[in-house]
Design a protein around this ligand. Structure first.
Ligand SMILES: C[S@@+](CC[C@H](N)C(=O)[O-])C[C@H]1O[C@@H](n2cnc3c(N)ncnc32)[C@H](O)[C@@H]1O
Length: 266
């Protein structure tokens, strides 16, 4: 996203468009107009957004209950509404959210109030060093630096250099047994509707970086995928199967639906 769009309430912002699509109220007229345009183009987008949040809830449980993480650091979090990570973790888990949009951060503070063990910082996902060296964040992290990082719903908004720097920094900084949960936001690049979608985003100042799973695997190196391949969000622990009609699943085709996986420190 261009720097001017980040905190400018007169220009559409990806996080606020997403909030509107999810049925939230933390958005402006300009975001609503952009969202309506996108929904007209791809009517299943609201379901896609919900699917993305369902998978996040599942990830929250998997990271804590199955994989034993006590600290989750989430980048490009958007709004921490009821469908976000901290709603589905055991008491005592530390959840550190962040986003580079100051308006989102302000709304997030309003939403969270004084929820225990949940924090929200303004930070650019492409500069994780700034967040991790923030003295308040440092005081929340344990000496073993065993952390579960989450980069969900944002890879398409970040260019290759930014993404490569972020994942390598997280790999080098973190302690053994850390992990990174990564979402590939794929799209059929040959599909005319998908092309219109990308073109529309570009026209409102939000360039999208669409990649295949293979391209993402190269980018996330040296993190190692836990499993053979990224898993489609549609197949993610059967999420969405009941909610999505057959034609929606078909519609996810051009959008790819995205996929995700757990990357572990090699
Ligand atoms: C589509 S929302 C996804 C929110 C959440 N991660 C989820 O999956 O539900 C994308 C968010 O990424 C944020 N964002 C985009 N680029 C970013 C960057 N470089 N650093 C931090 N946040 C970023 C936007 O402000 C927006 O809130």
């Amino acid at each position: 996203m261009s720097r001017e769009n980040i905190a400018d309430a007169s220009k559409p912002n990806a996080g606020r468009i997403y909030d509107y699509v999810l049925g939230g109220s933390h958005n402006f007229e300009v975001d609503r107009q952009a969202a309506e345009h996108i929904i007209k183009l791809l009517p299943f987008i609201p379901k896609y957004a919900r699917l993305q949040r369902w998978t996040l809830q599942n990830i929250a449980a998997e990271l804590t209950e199955k994989r034993g993480y006590n600290v989750i650091v989430d980048f490009a979090s958007g709004l921490p509404t009821e469908d976000h990570i901290h709603y589905n973790v055991p008491e005592g888990t530390i959840v550190i959210y962040s986003d580079y949009d100051p308006i989102t951060v302000e709304y997030a503070h309003e939403i969270l109030g004084d929820t225990p063990n949940v924090y929200y910082f303004e930070a650019d996902a492409t500069e994780p060093e700034k967040l991790l060296n923030n003295p308040q964040v440092k005081s929340l992290l344990t000496d073993d630096k065993k952390v579960a990082f989450v980069l969900w719903g944002v890879s398409a908004f970040i260019n290759n250099d930014g993404l490569i720097h972020a994942v390598r920094y997280l790999h080098d900084w973190s302690g053994p047994d850390s992990c990174l949960v990564f979402n590939v936001q794929s799209l059929n690049r040959d599909d005319p509707t998908s092309q219109k979608f990308v073109e529309y985003y570009r026209s409102i100042g939000i360039p999208l970086h669409i990649r295949t799973s293979e391209e993402c695997l190269d980018i996330v190196h040296p993190w190692q995928l836990d499993g053979d391949d990224f898993i489609s969000l549609i197949d993610w622990h059967d999420f969405g199967q009941d909610e999505l009609a057959e034609e929606d699943i078909h519609s996810f085709g051009p959008m790819g639906g995205g996929s995700g996986g757990y990357l572990i420190k090699a």
